[in-house]
Design a protein around this ligand. Structure first.
Ligand code: CP
Length: 326
């Protein structure tokens, strides 16, 4: 498989990623996955680089796996926590980013509860003429590109662990179930999965799944069963209470009864079906607790593990501007 040269300074969205770029990420992540199996898990690839993680919104998986990925690549890492920063004294987000630029950051990993913040920081950094790369680590309800890419890597490696590639998803049925309305993960996955030729089916109550999602190339269902029928993969999504401004579901119990994924519900899927969830999970709501912990059916731990290799790949590609095999 040929690997495309990397030309992106920023990674803000998967909407305009090409299949060749998706394959470059998959192949580079696969190389780093091998590195992570070795006794010495560190490589000197980014030893002159400074990575700053600017998380204005809470995170466990994304922040820690970016930090670990940067350290495995021998980069220096600066972590920013809003609660103990000068934001509390009135400093703006852009001035915060400029402060890290002045300290010599080569890459900034940005999460914010409002859509568009990483894009605004990237535009300001470009305007200042710097070479810093901005990576969107989740902005509001808009996108979460590194989650979309680690989900893609997890799906592809579950089919072919040796040579994960976009083509493996051609014709596969992927059901995405849950709070689609507020989900940046659903949007990033939609772009990458449809580009790979997967058939994406979305299922949620009508209040959490507007019909406009059809225009993104997905089939939408307001009941669960048709979405699950013959599915190869089922991606469940968290109910994002913090983004719900009104009562959009009758109750958590009612939601679980109608849309919760259980072993019984999976009987209509393909026999080898696998279940994913980006985390954090509301146990017993989006999916049953026993299913979540069953390694024969759940790829949830695998998603977290894959996250380090995929984020190493993204930092490496942005930091070295290359798609060359390692
Ligand atoms: N999946 C995800 O973004 O998790 P965190 O919020 O813990 O980073």
């Amino acid at each position: 498989m040929a690997i495309a040269p990397w030309t992106r300074r920023h990674i803000l969205s998967l909407a305009d990623f090409t299949v060749a770029e998706l394959d470059t990420v998959l192949q580079t992540a696969s190389s780093f996955n091998e590195v992570l199996q070795r006794q010495t898990k560190k490589v000197p690839a980014l030893q002159t680089k400074l990575v700053a993680t600017l998380f204005f919104e809470s995170s466990t998986r994304t922040r820690n796996s970016f930090e670990l990925a940067a350290k495995r690549l021998s980069a220096d890492v600066l972590n920013f926590a809003p609660g103990t920063s000068s934001l509390s004294k009135g400093e703006t987000i852009l001035d915060t980013a400029k402060t890290f630029l002045a300290m010599g950051a080569d890459m900034m990993i940005v999460r914010h509860q409002s859509s568009g913040v990483p894009q605004s920081i990237a535009a300001e950094m470009d305007r200042l003429g710097g070479k810093v790369g901005i990576l969107n680590a989740g902005d509001g309800c808009h996108e979460h590109p590194s989650q979309g890419l680690l989900d893609l890597f997890t799906l592809c490696t579950s089919i072919d662990p040796v040579k994960p590639r976009a083509q493996l998803l051609e014709g596969k049925k992927v059901a995405i179930v849950g709070d689609i309305l507020h989900s940046r993960v659903a949007r990033s996955n939609l772009w990458s999965l449809t580009k790979c030729g997967a058939e994406v089916h979305l299922a949620a109550p009508p209040t959490l799944l507007p019909k406009t999602f059809e225009s993104y190339g997905a089939t939408i269902h307001w009941t669960l069963e048709p979405a699950l029928a013959d599915a190869d993969f089922v991606m469940t999504l968290r109910l994002q209470h913090e983004r719900m401004t009104q009562y959009l579901i009758p109750s958590l119990r009612e939601y679980h009864l109608r849309y919760g994924i259980t072993r019984d519900r999976l009987k209509v899927c393909r026999p080898e079906v696998k279940v994913l969830h980006p985390g954090p999970v509301n146990r017993g709501v989006e999916l049953s607790s026993d299913l979540m912990d069953d390694p024969a059916l759940s790829l949830i731990s695998q998603q977290v593990t894959s996250g380090v290799a995929v984020r190493m790949a993204l930092l490496y590609l942005m930091g070295s501007g290359t798609g060359m095999a390692l």
